[in-house]
Design a protein around this ligand. Structure first.
Ligand code: CIR
Length: 258
């Protein structure tokens, strides 16, 4: 598992609640959004990361979900081309920040679309979700960029799954050859070579967790996954995510780690 030293985050804007969502969990409370975000940033620092904290971007209410605008490998930053038109320009905003850290910046070109949330890195292999946001052409371009860097890639079509927005809403690679997988996807033959931690239907939201150095960030309120992680020797760091969940957001989307 890659060791991370840095992360980029963006403070949510006051119009955060105007972002896209497919769930009906109520309107996020902005004070609590900010608190949960601040705690998330502290957690990344506890994991040893130094943070680049970007100011709120009121032109893009979803822009706190920075993960969707880029895919960062050990060798290059790949700017995505988000599948939702309201999010397209988030990429321009993140580009100069990535240029500070990466000399090699690659792009996804039209008609390709890719959301970072659909990209799951598992050591030298990348799973690419084909979703309502990431299309086949975007996946093809991304796989080609990754191939040049020595990675392999394969696609997983999640378009028939109504309960998840992105691939990583349903699976996470937590290191030690282990995937955390929501019940609905656990039988996928592509996951056979991994140890799998199965997330029950009742805890589905928790399948989006994030390994950061020696900890695994996991959403609060999902005790079975938490126990399972402990049993297998992972160190869960539990974070309250209720307000981000209301906007289809999970732990991974709130940062770009590298
Ligand atoms: C969206 O619909 O684009 C945002 N409201 C949520 C994005 C979540 N991102 C992610 O899972 N990577």
């Amino acid at each position: 598992m890659r060791l991370f030293t840095r992360a980029i985050v963006r403070i949510p804007g006051s119009n955060f609640a105007d972002g896209l969502t497919t769930v009906d969990l109520g309107v996020p409370h902005f004070d609590e959004v900010l608190q949960q975000h601040a705690r998330y940033c502290d957690a990344l620092r506890e994991c040893g990361l130094s943070l680049t904290v970007l100011e709120p971007d009121l032109c893009h209410p979803d822009s706190t979900f920075v993960e969707d605008a880029a895919v960062l490998t050990a060798h290059a930053a790949i700017l995505t081309r988000p599948g939702a038109s309201t999010r397209e320009a988030e990429v321009e905003a993140i580009c100069p920040i990535l240029q500070r850290f990466y000399s090699r910046i690659l792009t996804i070109e039209a008609p390709g679309t890719v959301d970072g949330g659909d990209i799951c890195e598992a050591e030298d292999h990348f799973f690419i979700g084909i979703s309502l946001r990431t299309n086949e052409e975007g996946a093809r371009q991304l796989a080609s960029h990754l191939g040049v860097q020595g990675y392999t890639a394969s696609t997983i079509d999640i378009r028939s799954m109504t309960t998840i927005l992105h691939l990583k809403s349903g699976i996470s690679y937590v290191g030690d050859n282990t995937l955390v997988v929501m019940d609905e996807m656990v039988a996928n033959p592509q996951f056979e070579r991994f140890n799998r931690i199965r997330v029950s239907l009742a805890e589905s939201y928790a399948a989006n967790c994030v390994r950061v150095n020696d900890r695994v960030l996991v959403a609060e309120g999902f005790p079975h996954l938490q126990e399972e992680l402990i049993t297998r020797g992972f160190g869960p760091l539990v974070l309250r995510m209720s307000e981000f969940q209301k906007m289809d957001g999970g732990l991974s989307c709130l940062s770009l780690r590298f």
